[in-house]
Design a protein. Structure first.
Length: 217
């Protein structure tokens, strides 16, 4: 277990579940879209076959969950049909009042360390490069990794942990199906939390633009 200024990083326990979901909700609310559904994703992810329990970490201070990072199995497939299992994290977050203290970076480092220990050749995610390039992530194009349709997304990022496993080939990324959540089920789940106002922001427009942006082949 890692201590950062009296903050402990450890695997999530069942007793943490609701606190973790609340932390995720608070961190993502009105961030990328009005409201959020990442807390519902957190809820359903734990029971999905792709979930990796020993790569599910929380940052804790006393009895409070300050943030988390969760991993699922994903895969890369080449033109010959060969598949390689990779790891993908998300959600990763920190409560707004604790952001800027290095907690999120510590959670990411913890996840990368565990991925190396488990022998994953790469971690592949969708995210803002400004948040992840400092951890060694590159755009998928620079790693020979496209999305499932062969396009190079601005937001598709990869950290190569074992270059020999991927070098000299072009790979298509396939994430876990758990990310295709049901919007109505997410709405019902959110109804069990204290009401929060939804609002649109300019940053959400930027996020939508990033999601639609692709690089030249």
């Amino acid at each position: 277990m890692e201590q950062i200024n009296d903050i402990e990083l450890r695997n999530e326990a069942e007793a943490d579940y609701r606190k973790t979901e609340n932390a995720v909700r608070e961190a993502f609310w009105n961030l990328n879209v009005p409201g959020c559904d990442e807390h519902y994703l957190t809820h359903v992810m734990r029971n999905h076959p792709d979930f990796i329990p020993d790569m599910d970490f929380v940052a804790v201070a006393g009895s409070e969950i300050l943030g988390c990072i969760m991993f699922t199995k994903s895969r890369l497939r080449n033109a010959a049909g060969k598949e390689i299992e990779t790891a993908t994290f998300g959600p990763v977050c920190v409560l707004p009042e604790y952001q800027g203290q290095g907690i999120g970076s510590a959670l990411i480092r913890k996840g990368i360390e565990r991925a190396r220990e488990k022998g994953f050749p790469a971690i592949v995610i969708y995210g803002d490069p400004r948040n992840y390039c400092k951890h060694g992530f590159l755009n998928g194009r620079d790693c020979g990794i496209s999305d499932s349709e062969g396009r190079f997304s601005y937001a598709l990022l990869a950290l190569i942990l074992n270059p020999a496993k991927l070098s000299g080939q072009v790979w298509h990324f396939h994430g876990s199906e758990v990310f295709g959540i049901d919007a109505e089920e997410a709405r019902k789940f959110d109804a069990g939390f204290p009401p929060k106002g939804k609002k649109a922001t300019p940053d959400q427009i930027v996020f939508a633009m990033q999601c639609r942006a692709y690089l030249e082949p």
